[in-house]
Design a binder for this molecule. Structure first.
Ligand SMILES: C[S@@+](CC[C@H](N)C(=O)[O-])C[C@H]1O[C@@H](n2cnc3c(N)ncnc32)[C@H](O)[C@@H]1O
Length: 358
């Protein structure tokens, strides 16, 4: 975006501080004084808007690497300014939310996930970011002061035990002091655990092993503060996707992005257990029905999932359950084999109920 402006120095300073706070990049072109007055500057401000505020958690299936491709598939109504509300009911790391909030002036953002540990962290970042930063500072300092990998590993497992034990004493319904420590522990584990995964076992305990990172960024203070500012505009909720769908009051002005746990494409790539409740084919079908119901109410809908076709050309699951909608693919680099820890290119599906090609 380019703006031609005549500004006095004080306004210019205020403007650049404001813009910096929101994480935009500002470039001043043709920066020259106008003859009439010393203090008036005539400048062209080129405001590019890269997504400077990033997801603060690493999340399996995260969409940061796909944003360029996903942007081209956002609803045209969004670009025309006709969308007022955004819902992301499988929030995870929230990459699409962070992209949207920094590029489109929507009125309301409703973020939710079934994982109460995840929403607890978002709520602490939203409401108690300073206290959270202090905890993270201590964890980071301690971790970096340990020289040997074995010592770091021991610290990781102590903290993981503490995190798992203390869940029995947490009231997940109401933000209270113990939430802050818990959120800091979750962020610490997310940055230091293997591959930045967050996985719970059947009993609800965090069970990802130590990640052997030498200097993980446990505390990214600037980003956390910016995230906290953005989250002031959001409503956060622990909820099943079904419950969220029934809360949408003005569907025609609403954009919903669904990023459910992916349908496994092979037996070795079945990472669908972000939560202790599995997301099996019957859950995928329930989701397709939610999609159709919201479509009938004229909501703008985008959904991601895995593409089974390269491994099994006969698999018509998505064609059958999303018949009549626009199904396209994007290319992602993912862990393709959990046994051999191989990364490779795979296709992912993007399903929309609108045409974005015009
Ligand atoms: C693929 S991840 C989301 C990735 C995320 N959009 C990102 O970009 O990082 C799927 C999420 O769905 C959540 N989930 C699983 N079952 C759910 C359900 N029935 N309702 C709502 N959320 C659910 C999991 O806790 C997990 O965070």
């Amino acid at each position: 975006m380019n703006l031609d402006l005549n500004l006095d120095l004080t306004t210019l300073k205020k403007l650049s501080n404001l813009i910096f706070e929101f994480g935009f990049e500002l470039r001043f072109d043709n920066f020259k004084k106008v003859v009439k007055s010393d203090s008036i500057l005539n400048t062209t401000i080129a405001m590019s808007t890269p997504t400077l505020v990033k997801p603060f958690l690493k999340w399996a299936g995260g969409k940061s690497q796909l944003l360029e491709q996903l942007r081209t598939k956002y609803p045209p109504a969004l670009k025309r300014g006709q969308i007022k509300s955004y819902y992301e009911p499988f929030l995870g790391g929230g990459a699409v939310f962070f992209d949207l909030i920094q590029h489109y002036p929507l009125e309301s953002y409703y973020l939710s996930d079934l994982n109460e540990e995840l929403i607890l962290v978002y709520q602490v970042v939203q409401q108690e970011v300073e206290a959270l930063i202090e905890f993270l500072r201590v964890y980071q300092h301690r971790y970096f002061s340990l020289q040997q990998e074995e010592e770091k590993k021991e610290y990781f497992y102590d903290l993981r035990n503490c995190y798992n034990q203390s869940r029995f004493n947490i009231n997940y319904k109401k933000l209270s002091e113990p939430w802050v420590r818990r959120a800091a522990q979750m962020i610490f584990l997310n940055k230091t655990a293997y591959n930045g995964l967050f996985r719970l076992n059947q009993a609800g305990g965090f069970n990802v092993p130590f990640g052997k990172y030498k200097t993980p960024k446990i505390l990214d203070e600037t980003n956390l503060i910016r995230v906290s500012k953005l989250l002031q505009q959001t409503a956060l909720q622990v909820a099943d996707v079904n419950e969220i769908a029934s809360q949408i009051t003005a569907p025609a002005n609403t954009f919903v992005y669904f990023d459910p746990p992916y349908r496994p494409i092979s037996k070795t790539a079945n990472f669908t257990s972000y939560h202790r409740v599995a997301f099996d084919d019957s859950a995928q079908i329930r989701l397709a029905n939610i999609f159709k119901k919201l479509h009938r109410k004229h909501a703008h809908l985008m959904l991601s999932n895995s593409d089974p076709k390269p491994l099994n050309p006969e698999d018509t699951f998505f064609e059958r359950h999303y018949a009549g909608f626009q199904i396209s693919t994007v290319s992602a680099t993912r862990m393709i084999n959990s046994v051999a820890q191989k990364r490779g290119k795979i296709n992912e599906l993007v399903i929309t109920n609108y045409d974005y090609t015009y």
